[in-house]
Design a protein around this ligand. Sequence first.
Ligand code: SF4
Length: 291
Amino acid sequence: MRYEGPIYRPPSEAHSLLIQATVGCPHNRCTFCLPYKKGPRYKVRDLAEIKADLQTARDVYGEKVRTLFFPAGNTIAMKTDDLCEICRFSRKVFPRLERITVYGSSQYIVKKKPQGLKQLAAAGLSRIHVGLESGDDVILKRIRKGTNSEEQIQAGRWVMEAGIELSAYVILGIGGKERTNPHAVKTAEVINQITPDFLRLRTFVPKINTPLLEEIQNGSFQMLGPHEVLQETRMLLKGINASTYLTSDHYTNYINLEGQLPDDTPGLLERIDAALNRDESIFRPHFVGTE
Ligand code: SF4
């Protein structure tokens, strides 16, 4: 198997086979995002190379592979027919495969249209990890996400309607002190409109060599402290009435919250309140993420 550039995968893909189908990210403009800022530029790998890597993995691991993740940043942006072809090939070489997953931003998902997403589902693509980050259009514009809440709702609904699982990511604190309330309220509204299978929380940690770190350093962006992040989380959860499975499967979060929303919401709010009663000094310090 050959890899090029940074290889990132969500924690939920820790046990998945990683076969690179694309390199870099075609958007690569989000102000908080580090991985591909120094390149390499986005490209789709040659289909024959991807298949050769899948075949190598088959030779090494036999049939035992159950989950497969195609990095990198926005593999959904591949041509639909090509992504379908490698999904079908994967299912052929790994007949016990239970899941094939990619990262995909809403602006690339909507280009597939419902028909393309249904084609992908039929070819065996079973889950898409989508970084919503926020449902607030002001924040989405500031962080240069390249999409807006309306498009995110459309993309999410089409994914769900195609029968593909949707894993949606939200970054706590990404609106800073100025937008914490609209971030929580608008993000809950978007989640309610989409009803993703999974809602995964991350807490904003500035990364070196990113525009958002520069905004912090020049004073134009004020980060939230631990209690403010917890208050924001509280507001977010209170606003969600959709049925979705919440996880906090990331090192950046101040507390671990996991459960089925909205049934588990009261218990999760109690846990947040208990954490709010503790001194801020017990939480991890602010830190700047490195490469
Ligand atoms: S779309 Fe994803 S990978 Fe690309 S720049 Fe934004 S956060 Fe980073």
